[in-house]
Design a protein around this ligand. Structure first.
Ligand code: SIN
Length: 280
C-alpha cells in the first residue's frame, strides 16, 4: 500500500478521520505514518473496514505488545480481544463515564483499537475529548498551578469487589475483582512520548486524588480541570457504523461510551496496546 493515497482529516475537538487505507494491509511506512498521526491527533477514525479478529490482532501488534484485559470477557478463541458488550437486558454499559483506559497502571496502555461488531439501530456513539487542546486552553495561571503536581489513580473503586457488591451486572465482564488492586502515580501534566506536546493526565473515572494537598483542595482542583476538559470545543462525537474502527491514544484523550440505546445490543471488539512510563 502506498502512503500517497492516505488522507488524514483532523476534526474539531479530538481526532482525525483517515481514508484511503485498508487496515488489513499495512506496510512499515503506513504504520509509521499512523503512529505519527495518532500522536498528533489523539484518535484516528476509520470507515468501511472489513477486519476479521485475526487481522485485528495483527494490526494491534504493529503498534506494540497486546495487553490481555483482566476485567472484560474475551472473544472466544481470541484472548487478546476484549468484548465491550451490552446486552438488551442490561442497563449499564462499559465505559459510560469519562476516562482514560489503564491510568491505574504504573505503565499505562498506549491506546486501544475498537472495532464495531454489532451496533444498535441508533445511539451508542463514543465521545472523545482532546487533552492536548484542553491543556493548551488552560490559563497561564492554571498551567503554573498544576505544573509539577502528581496524581494517584486506582482501579479498585471501578473493578474491585465493591463495584460488584453494588449490584453491578457481570454480563460481558470476567469479574476478577481480586485483580483490581492497581494504584499508580502519574504527573498531572504529561509530555506525550511521540508528539512531545503537553496533555492533561487526570480523568474522572480513575484519578482519586492530587497528591500532597488536602483532600478538599485536591477535589476542588480536579473538578475545575474536569469541567474545563468537558467543554464542547475539546470534544468529538464519533458515530459508529458497520465497518468503523477507532484507534485512540490514552495519553492524549479521554473517552466515554454513550448509554442511550435501551433494550438493544451493542458489541465492540477492543484490543489494548501496552505503553510506556509517563513523564511530565
Ligand atoms: C471503552 O471505554 O473502551 C468503550 C468505548 C466504547 O464502547 O465506545
Amino acid at each position: 500500500m502506498s502512503t500517497t493515497s492516505i488522507r488524514i482529516k483532523p476534526v474539531n475537538g479530538a481526532g482525525a478521520y483517515v481514508s484511503g487505507i485498508d487496515l488489513n494491509r499495512l506496510d512499515k511506512p503506513t504504520i509509521n505514518l499512523l503512529i505519527t498521526a495518532l500522536g498528533d491527533n489523539g484518535v484516528l477514525f476509520f470507515r468501511e473496514q472489513s477486519i476479521k479478529p485475526e487481522k485485528h490482532i495483527e494490526l494491534a501488534e504493529c503498534f506494540g505488545k497486546i495487553n490481555i484485559n483482566r476485567f472484560f470477557s474475551p472473544v472466544q478463541e481470541h484472548p487478546q480481544i476484549a468484548q465491550v458488550l451490552k446486552e438488551p437486558s442490561q442497563e449499564k454499559n462499559i465505559g459510560e463515564n469519562w476516562h482514560t483506559d489503564h491510568s491505574y497502571d504504573q505503565i499505562p496502555a498506549l491506546g486501544s483499537i475498537l472495532v464495531a461488531r454489532d451496533l444498535p439501530s441508533r445511539g451508542g456513539d463514543t465521545l472523545f475529548a482532546g487533552m492536548f487542546a484542553a491543556y493548551e486552553g488552560l490559563s497561564d495561571d492554571m498551567k503554573s498551578k498544576i505544573a509539577g503536581l502528581t496524581a494517584t489513580h486506582s482501579s479498585r473503586h471501578v473493578f474491585g469487589a465493591a463495584a460488584f457488591d453494588d449490584g453491578d451486572d457481570r454480563t460481558g465482564r470476567l469479574g476478577n475483582s481480586e485483580k483490581a488492586t492497581q494504584d499508580s502515580v502519574h504527573p498531572v501534566v504529561i509530555t506525550h512520548p511521540v508528539s512531545g506536546r503537553k496533555a492533561i493526565y487526570v480523568n474522572p473515572e480513575f484519578t482519586v486524588r492530587i497528591n500532597d494537598m488536602p483532600e478538599a483542595k485536591s477535589d476542588a482542583l480536579l473538578q475545575l480541570l474536569y469541567a474545563h476538559c468537558q467543554q464542547k470545543n475539546y470534544i468529538h462525537r464519533f458515530n459508529w457504523q458497520p465497518g468503523s474502527v477507532a484507534f485512540w491514544d490514552n495519553r492524549a484523550t479521554w473517552h466515554k461510551a454513550l448509554n442511550d440505546y435501551p433494550g438493544q445490543r451493542r458489541l465492540m471488539h477492543r484490543i489494548t496496546v501496552e505503553g510506556e512510563r509517563l513523564f511530565a
